[in-house]
Design a binder for this molecule. Structure first.
Ligand code: 3PG
Ligand code: MG
Length: 410
C-alpha cells in the first residue's frame, strides 16, 4: 500500500502537489466543468489545514502541440476558481520553473498555496520515456527541467489520477529525483484506485460495460481486456461503425477507421455474443440537419451519417443494463453535444442511474460521459464518476501506472 497525505507531516514543509486540473474551457476561456478542480480540494485542504506550504502544479490541454496558441492554455482561470473554492488567495506564478519561481516558493508561509503555470509550456514535460531511453540529450533535458521543479519542494504528493497513465516529467521524473523526501498519494488517487480496483477485482455479476466514443483505436486495449472480465460489452458511438463496416455493412458517411477492419473482425470473432452493436441509428446528412431519420445501423443510406444510437438500440442496451450488478461506462453513444444526438447518451445515463438505485455498482469514466451525467442531473445517483478519461481506460485495461509505483510504501 502506498503512503498518502495522511502519512505526511506537512507543517512548515513545502509540498509539491501534482494535480490534474486539465478542465474544459469555452471559447472565452471560461471553465465549463470544474469537477477536476473540486475533486482535488480534499487533498489541498488537508495540507493547508496541517500548516503545509502548498505548491500546486498541473497541465492544461496540449500547448506543447500548439505552441502558437500558448496563451489560450494559461491556468489563470483555474487559479481563480481554486481561490473561490478554497476561500484563500491562490497566486498563479508566471512559470513552473526557474530562479524567480524558486525564490517565490522559498518565501511561502505555512497554510499558503500557489499554483505553478501550465507545466506543458515546457516541451520537456511531455518528452516520452521511449525517446529518452534512446537519446541521452533528451533525457538530460527532461531531467534538468524536472530537477528545477523537484527543488521547489520538501515533499511530493500525487493527486493527479487523470494523468497517472502518462510519463510526464512532473508525474514521474520529479518524484524519482525526490527520492529520500516523502512522496505520497493524495485522497483522489486513493479513492479512484479503491473504486476502479474493487469493481474489477471481484465484480458482482452480471458485469456490463458500455463503451462509446468516436474511435475504436482509442479503446482497442480496453475492449480486449474487458472481454475476459465482463459478461457483456455494449458498443455505441462512431466506433460501432468501424465494427459494422469491417463486416461489409453499409454505414453511409458515418465515421469509421478502415485501418482497423481486421482488428475489429478478430475482436468480434473472439467476443462472440458478448459484444453487442447498435441495430438502429439516428442519422442525418449533416450534424446541423433538421431531419434525423432512424435507420438500420448496418444499412445506412450513402448520403447519411450515423450520429447516435436509435430507439431499438436504446431499448436493447437498457434491458441489458437493467439486469447488471456492475456497470462500467466510458464514452458517449453519439454526438451528444448536439441535440437530438444526445438522446442515446442521456438514455444510457438514466438507465445506469436506475440500475444503481436498485443496488448495482456504477463506475463512469471519461469527460464526455461524466458531462452528460452532470447535464442530466444524475451525478449523485452513480457509485463513482472517475476524473480520468484515458487514465481510467488504461486502468481498466490493467496497465501499470508508473507514477504511482514510485511513491513511498507504508
Ligand atoms: C486527460 O484529460 O486525459 C488528462 O488530463 C491527460 O491529458 P493528456 O491526454 O493530454 O495527456
Ligand atoms: Mg487524454
Amino acid at each position: 500500500m502506498k503512503k498518502t497525505v495522511d502519512h505526511l507531516n506537512a507543517r512548515g514543509s513545502r509540498v509539491l502537489v501534482r494535480l490534474d486540473l486539465n478542465v474544459p474551457l469555452d471559447d472565452n476561456g471560461a471553465i465549463t466543468d470544474d469537477r477536476r478542480i473540486r475533486a482535488a480540494l480534499p487533498t489541498v485542504k488537508k495540507l493547508l489545514s496541517d500548516g503545509g506550504r502548498v505548491i500546486m502544479m498541473s497541465h492544461l490541454g496540449r500547448p506543447d502541440e500548439e505552441p502558437e496558441k500558448k496563451h489560450e492554455f494559461t491556468l489563470a482561470p483555474v487559479a481563480k476558481r481554486l481561490s473561490e473554492l478554497l476561500g484563500i488567495k491562490v497566486d498563479l506564478l508566471p512559470d513552473c520553473a526557474g530562479p524567480q519561481i524558486a525564490e517565490r516558493a522559498a518565501r511561502l508561509r505555512d497554510g499558503e498555496a500557489v499554483l505553478l503555470e501550465n507545466l506543458r509550456f515546457h516541451p520537456e514535460e511531455t518528452i516520452k520515456a521511449k525517446k529518452t531511453a534512446s537519446d541521452p540529450k533528451l533525457k538530460e533535458r527532461k531531467e534538468d527541467f524536472a530537477r528545477q521543479i523537484a527543488s521547489l519542494g520538501d515533499a511530493y504528493a500525487n493527486d493527479a489520477f487523470g494523468t497517472c497513465h502518462r510519463d510526464n516529467a512532473s508525474m514521474l521524473t520529479v518524484p524519482r529525483l525526490m527520492e529520500g523526501k516523502p512522496r505520497v498519494a493524495g485522497y483522489l488517487v486513493q479513492k479512484e484506485l479503491e473504486f476502479l480496483g474493487d469493481a474489477l477485482r471481484n465484480p458482482k455479476r452480471p458485469f456490463v460495460c458500455v463503451l462509446g466514443g468516436a474511435k475504436v483505436s482509442d479503446k482497442l486495449g480496453v475492449i480486449r481486456s474487458l472481454l475476459s472480465k465482463c459478461d457483456t460489452i455494449l458498443i455505441g458511438g462512431a466506433m460501432a461503425y468501424t465494427f459494422l463496416a469491417a463486416e461489409g455493412h453499409k454505414v453511409g458517411k458515418s465515421l469509421f477507421e478502415p485501418d482497423l477492419f481486421e482488428t475489429a473482425r478478430s475482436l468480434r470473432k473472439d467476443a462472440g455474443n458478448k459484444l453487442r452493436l447498435p441495430v438502429d441509428s439516428l442519422a442525418a446528412p449533416e450534424i446541423s440537419s433538421h431531419t434525423t431519420p432512424v435507420v438500420c445501423s448496418a444499412d445506412i443510406p450513402a448520403d447519411l451519417i450515423g450520429l447516435d444510437i436509435g430507439p431499438q438500440t436504446v431499448k436493447a442496451f437498457s434491458s441489458e443494463i437493467a439486469t447488471a450488478k456492475t456497470v462500467c461506462w466510458n464514452g458517449p453513444m453519439g454526438v451528444f453535444e448536439t441535440p437530438p444526438f444526445d438522446t442515446g447518451t442521456l438514455a444510457m445515463a438514466l438507465t445506469i442511474a436506475e440500475a444503481t438505485d436498485r443496488g448495482a455498482i456504477s463506475i463512469v469514466g471519461g469527460g464526455d460521459s461524466a458531462a452528460a451525467i452532470d447535464r442530466a442531473g444524475l451525478a449523485a445517483r452513480m457509485t463513482h464518476i472517475s476524473t480520468g478519461g484515458g487514465a481510467s481506460l488504461e486502468f481498466l485495461e490493467g496497465k501499470p501506472f508508473l507514477p504511482l509505483e514510485v511513491l513511498d510504501e507504508v
